[in-house]
Design a protein around this ligand. Sequence first.
Ligand code: CA
Length: 225
Amino acid sequence: MGQTILVIEDEPSIADTLIYTLEKEGFEPTRVATLLEARELLTVRSYSAIVLDVGLPDGNGFEFLKEIRRAHSTPVLFLTARSDEVDRIVGLEIGADDYITKPFSPREVSARVKAILRRTGLHPAEVASRSAFIVEEDKRTIRYRDSVLELSRYEYGILSLLLKRPGQVYSRQQIMDHVWPSPDMSLERTVDTHIKTIRNKLKQIADGDILITHRGVGYSIKDTH
Ligand code: CA
């Protein structure tokens, strides 16, 4: 089975070229022209990589990447025609893995897709199965398999942060900086307290401990499928 690539591009001629090239290289591309369609697909399955246009009819690729990162660590390759967008991709830590400027050659696209897949080093079987967690940002809820977790505001903030990059260790300070509106006013042990309650809630619905404590360093969440 080839590796699956979700292509989000509204311009038919560019999408055609991408699909043709990726199929020729042995990938299994899926094509959508809107974020709405992409969102629907990403809730039911995951892909080895995502090729994402910046300007789409129903939204902006940058915003969509943030959305993707809440639930998936899938490598994302931006397509862009503008140099100011390139600056943004490179300058901001928005979690893009690479970018391609239009116009591009088919050869360049397949080379870049192969390169990000090599770098991220995920096995197709792993990326093909979806995460056991689903973060619904608009409702501020997190589901684990079929259960909705009852989370306080800070618990939601912490868990959704950890889920952006399963396996990555976040320090207490990083957690506070991301989750607390005024981190200076909080104490690191406040993070520990919230972590404890999240862990207890997870224990009731999940097998084993999926929230990991790295002593003296911080916390991470296991990559669950
Ligand atoms: Ca476009």
